[in-house]
Design a protein around this ligand. Sequence first.
Ligand code: SF4
Length: 688
Amino acid sequence: GGGRAPEAARTRTTCGYCGVGCSLDVLTRDGEVIAVSPAHDGPVNRGHACVKGRFAHGFLRSPERLTGPLLRRAGRLRPASWREALDHVARGLRAAVAAGGPGAVAAISSARATNEENYLLQKFMRVVIGTSNVDNCSRLCHSPSAAGLTATFGLSGGTDGFDDVETADCLLLVGANPAEAHPVVGARLLQRTLRGARLVVADPRAVGLARYADVHLRPRPGTNVALFHGLAHVMLAEGLVDEEFLRHRASGLPELTALLEDYSPERAAAVTGVPAGDIVAAARLFGQAERPAIVYGLGVTEHLHGTDGVRTLSNLAILRGAVGTGRGFGVNPLRGQNNVQGASDMGALPDLLPGYGKVTDPAARARAEEVWGAPVPPRPGLRIPQMFAAARSGELRALWVIGEDVCATDPDSTLVAKALDACPLVVCSELFLSETARRADVVFPVASWLEKEGTFVNFDRRFQRVRAALRPPEGVLTDFEVIHALAATLGADLGCPTPADALDECARLVPAFAGLSHGRLDREGAVCWPCPDPDRPGESSLYRERFATPDGLAHLSAAPYLPPGEQPDDRYPLVLVTGRRWAHYNSGGMTRRTDNLRLDPVDRVDVHPDDAARHGLRDGDRVRVESRHGSASLIARLSDDVAPGQVFCAFHFPSSGVNALTSDRADTVTSCPEYKVTAVRLTALTKD
Ligand code: SF4
């Protein structure tokens, strides 16, 4: 005896960082993670993972981890028992409803949390509070994809399973930097390119894959729609379209054809700054491909006209007959957060129930009422930006924010902070004392993705299991447990006591999820929705027979190009684009508390050398970045990845205040912020 270390336990789970959904094997011993290895049989990652999923788990044992509730007393957050914290919140919720009705309460659900937690939270808000004031961070990233893809094809998700990209012969990558933000997808796209697919990259920046592109289109930020129309113009003019498909499976061609007369390559070039010859070359590559694929990111959605961007990008796939036919890889958004698809699928949205039934549709409500045994509020609730506006005006009296650092990641953070300060009860569920938690009245300490059971849905609509590799620290509950506990404190019983029960209940409610259960996912590993039948596989590629629109057709969009909301001028001559870098994830709440901090210790602003020279800036200088909305202090990085006249930075370090710069202007359809276009100026602060 003695001396031998206990056996390590191995837990198969799904990465909790980005929406790729890599399968990971987590090795633990004595309550510690000792290694994370990518699963060789993971359906998306096939043995690969990135620096985040593989190495960024040290946050679990960070000394800053919250291990007990906090309650604001005499102006300061102080430790409290769960009983005290829950009672305080229950009293506050009752007071808010008494003063302003159920609509005076709102919740921001979490795309980090599981499907089951999102399902339970929206049920809590609708059934226990009696309001549809529930939203999730897809509002800030891919709500234009949800709206645009639904209007175009009928369902709110990518059109095809990612495996189909393996047979694509031309990849059109738009407004995404998968080499850093979705590295496993980036690696698979690169593999496909190296094996012979043509690659067109459309992005203002020289993103990682642009180096391998046949054509790199660099539109001015905010001019996507003109670029897509320019490409469509060339495809139509040169007959690079699928006429049979357009005749039988699409609508809107006459309107689009008429509109496109105004979008010659020369006109599109004048608007976008992309040379007309490049537009023609890219249109030919895409239009002549047998199996073209469109993969896009937030560079398409986070605009004043982001929904138009998604729809007019989709035009290209429709014109080519590359969607719903098995030819090509359709139109596919790279989702940011691990479970942002699932949070919306589960109905954590103010206008939509689980499975995307409209709250205004009596039939959809009746179905939910039957399963829940309770009335469902018929009025759409507030979207996240509207919640903040309602808090500032005094109409919103209680806000519960789960796992989202809204003070760091939402646009125009000065206004967000004012909203939280004005709201009588702010509750925050968090791992750490985030910028948002600091402003809360009650903080619930909750479990991370490595400490709970449930499911996530990745970017290609795949349900995968999430399993607890570790128990949460003493005093910490899962979001699932907290939602139940708060309901019980209010005297309500939400049913579905376990996460498996919650998915079962959701499957009874939503026909597209009817074939899903934890048991099935444990046996099969991953199942795509729609999956109406427990004995049949889910559908990874959609629309083979018909589109899910009311008339069964794909709808071409004839939306004209409209300029972005932010325009540079003499005072703010540069355009700031924000995005993500390789080692960190969003506000960095987790990754900054791991060894990844050493890989990337600070937010930097990329400045083109010509602009740097004009401002007297050297690499490493501290620089003040100012917009019409606020200012931030960053380290300059000289780089010709950005075009002259543009600067780029991430927002991984809340202390740098990048989102004080961005505006609260938003997509006219979905309220998704215009993060990708902010007029700024630079001032050198030090030279060291
Ligand atoms: Fe996790 Fe995304 Fe990296 Fe895969 S690519 S390991 S899902 S962060």
